[in-house]
Design a protein around this ligand. Structure first.
Ligand code: GLA
Length: 689
């Protein structure tokens, strides 16, 4: 792989600056506006644009007829104006002539309906015809712009998997069967992995297997569903890699990315795997509404950072203000744009970009905010963007530094997400991402910088690892976490963790079977609660949605087990709810939390854990619950500590952080509501260079 995020050769680092940019769609506008665009881009501080993302029908208006002149002109113009290009491969939205000629590239929904063109992403990830035509465009673009001085990076497709991740077409069936053949080798192995002795589902050949289309009984074989999720993520990753392979052949000197969607609800792409395919990771993030918004934003950024082990990454899209695809779309407050940008930056982003430059005049995004609103430059929104640009231009010294690991890590696992939320479970109310986010938030509010880690990653950098609903555990993962605990690690598991193996089977052991070798208790039954019901523990902690009947195993019942809280209401009254246990002889410990605690109780538990295990929070008491802390570190060892006010009230942050000097992102000594401030501690090495 020629480039990695954080390498000196990485484009975002080339000029030691924070990249600041946007999607630029000049094909929607008369050419004579481009001079004005350049003037305004420079005024706003834009130094990179993503170009041509949805331009296939402009580039190839008829099959085999190419029209590059408009793109040549704008590439040249951008270069003359010192603006780099992240060039789209234009493959996200096939032109009408292609779908008219080959309707068989259109995806098919689970109930057998062929999706129609007229919007975007109307292509099957497994269509050989789509792929042939898409790779032709990629080859044309790569060949033509290989030596263009504006070309800084390739932007493959766009948000791969948005809309078309699940396709149930004939192509999908064929490829799914091949994928299964590769995985299982023989149909007998598949029959056993899929537990097809249940409901007479035994297959005699791979040819009999289909993608899990709509059935009359709603419960499709769960392992088939899980494998289909894995297959769909892999099929899109193959599309990504097919484009990458063309680009690497023709332009080995140009780094490649594609914009991930590490944000709420985007569950189907296993980005931990995808991150291995690209030269640098980019993410799109659109904020959720409501009181979780700011934590969700930090959480998504921390998760993106975890995909690259803390190296810098690129925020490819976020909005200047209102989006247009929720029921109600509110604009951002004054100052919110800057706070959002700085939050992503704090979590490791070296590029801060928006969708999009000019608000479209027509099309379905005409009410989506942009940098240049219909009123033009003399507008509140353009001025807010200029402020972001000017602030980022003064933070170029941050570029290339890495997000530093904190003491606390929370496990995030795409496969557990898929498995936990399958049908036919004790409760359909468990929400994997929100559960992981709620644990992340509890420890953040307890004063820690909280990282995310993948289930296969080493936990050694962290003092405590939290595993919320780590439901599906492979043998290898069980071995890794066991040796982490036995060598002195500290872990917290929530309810419904360690339940199934990689085939979504219950092991031959009491719940939680994948952890039973570590636990001197077992879960006898799950007690999901209906919406609105709540319960209480004997220390006052409240819970909802989930409880478990735990039984301590008498033969193993020894002083190494401590019940930290009991249920205090029927039918579990007096039974253990939160249990702590020593593992091995090197100081390893685990805590098992059998109920879904509410936010306040979970935060108290986080504080209790930090006290019990003597893990000092990074924040002093008066800032906990109000301010988030996150650090970056450069290769000299200089530390950049960001404090993010999560509240709508000013917060006094000093005196704090001895040895750090305040950079002055905020004018007042106090952190203003939602404000972000940077504190810097130069390393001795840096001071002398
Ligand atoms: C996505 C797409 C963009 C645009 C934005 C609007 O992230 O990548 O093309 O549609 O959403 O929010």
């Amino acid at each position: 792989m020629p480039f990695r995020s954080g390498d000196a050769s990485w484009p975002l680092k080339l000029e030691s600056r924070i990249s600041f940019g946007c999607d630029y769609n000049p094909e929607q506008w008369p050419e004579n506006m481009q001079a004005e665009d350049m003037r305004l881009m420079k005024e706003a501080g834009i130094n990179i644009v993503s170009l041509g993302i949805f331009s296939w029908s402009e580039l190839e208006p008829r099959e085999g007829q190419w029209n590059f002149s408009w793109l040549d002109n704008i590439m040249d113009r951008l270069h003359r104006n010192g603006i780099a290009v992240d060039l789209g491969t234009a493959t996200a939205s096939p032109p009408p002539w292609l779908t008219a000629k080959y309707p068989e590239i259109l995806p098919v929904t689970a109930d057998g309906v062929q999706a129609m063109p007229g919007a975007r992403q109307h292509w099957r990830p497994t269509s050989p015809i789509y792929q042939e035509y898409a790779l032709r465009v990629v080859t044309q673009l790569a060949t033509r712009y290989s030596a263009h001085p504006a070309l800084a990076a390739w932007h493959v497709n766009n948000e791969l998997g948005a809309h078309n991740v699940h396709d149930y077409s004939h192509d999908a069936d064929v490829h799914f069967r091949d994928w299964l053949r590769d995985k299982y080798g023989s149909i007998d192995v598949l029959n056993s992995a899929w537990y097809t002795s249940f409901w007479s589902q035994r297959y005699s050949s791979f040819e009999e297997i289909n993608s899990p289309r709509k059935t009359l009984a709603p419960q499709v074989n769960p392992t088939q569903q899980l494998d289909f999720s894995r297959f769909c993520s892999d099929a899109l990753q193959e599309c990504l890699e097919a484009e990458i392979s063309v680009l690497r052949d023709v332009t080995p000197h140009v780094p490649i990315t594609t914009n991930f969607m590490v944000m709420d609800e985007e569950k189907w792409m296993n980005y931990k795997e995808w991150a291995r395919s690209v030269d640098f990771v980019s993410n799109d993030h659109y904020k959720v509404e409501g009181e979780l918004a700011r934590d969700e934003q930090s959480f998504s950024s921390a998760l993106t950072s975890s995909l690259v082990g803390g190296s810098p990454w690129f925020l490819m899209e976020h909005s200047t203000s209102a989006i247009n695809w929720r029921t109600v779309n509110s604009p951002k407050r004054s100052g919110e744009q800057l706070q959002d940008a700085l939050t992503h930056l704090a979590h490791g982003a070296d590029g801060i970009c928006y969708f999009q430059w000019r608000q479209s005049r027509g099309g379905s995004e005409k009410f989506h905010s942009a940098i240049v609103p219909p009123g033009g430059e003399d507008s509140f929104r353009f001025r807010e963007t200029m402020e972001v640009g000017s602030t980022l231009s003064q933070l170029s010294f941050i570029a290339g530094s890495r997000r530093r690991s904190g003491k606390v890590a929370v496990v995030f696992d795409w496969e557990s997400w898929w498995a936990v939320e399958q049908d036919s479970h004790p409760s359909q109310l468990l929400d994997y991402r929100h559960t992981v986010l709620s644990w992340w938030r509890s420890f953040s509010e307890a004063g820690f910088q909280v990282d995310l880690v993948g289930p296969g990653q080493s936990f050694d950098d962290h003092d405590v690892v939290i595993a919320p609903m780590w439901h599906l555990m492979t043998d290898e993962q069980v071995a890794t976490l066991t040796s982490y605990l036995e060598s002195g690690g500290k872990m917290v598991f929530s309810y419904f963790s360690g339940i199934v193996d990689e085939n979504d089977h219950l092991p031959e052991a009491p719940y939680p079977g994948r952890l039973s070798h570590l636990l001197p208790w077992r879960t006898e039954e799950f007690l999901p609660l209906p919406p609105g019901d709540a319960g209480v523990l004997d220390n006052g902690w409240k819970y909802q949605a989930w409880a478990e009947r735990l039984t301590l195993l008498s033969e193993k019942n020894d002083s190494s087990v401590e019940v930290m809280a009991h249920y205090s209401d029927s039918p579990l009254e007096g039974l253990p709810a939160v249990v702590r246990h020593n593992v091995g002889h090197s100081g390893g410990e685990l805590i098992y939390v059998s109920a879904q605690l509410d936010g306040g109780s979970q935060r108290e538990l986080a504080t209790e854990i930090s006290r019990l295990w003597n893990i000092a929070p990074e924040l002093p008491v008066h800032l906990r619950g109000k301010v988030e802390v996150v650090q970056r570190v450069d290769h000299y060892g200089t530390l950049y500590t960001f404090l993010i006010n999560k509240t709508d009230l000013p917060v006094g942050v000093e005196p704090f952080l001895p040895g750090f000097s305040r950079h002055g992102l905020c004018r007042d000594p106090e952190l203003p509501p939602y404000g972000v401030e940077l504190f810097i501690k130069h390393s001795k090495v840096h001071a002398t260079t």
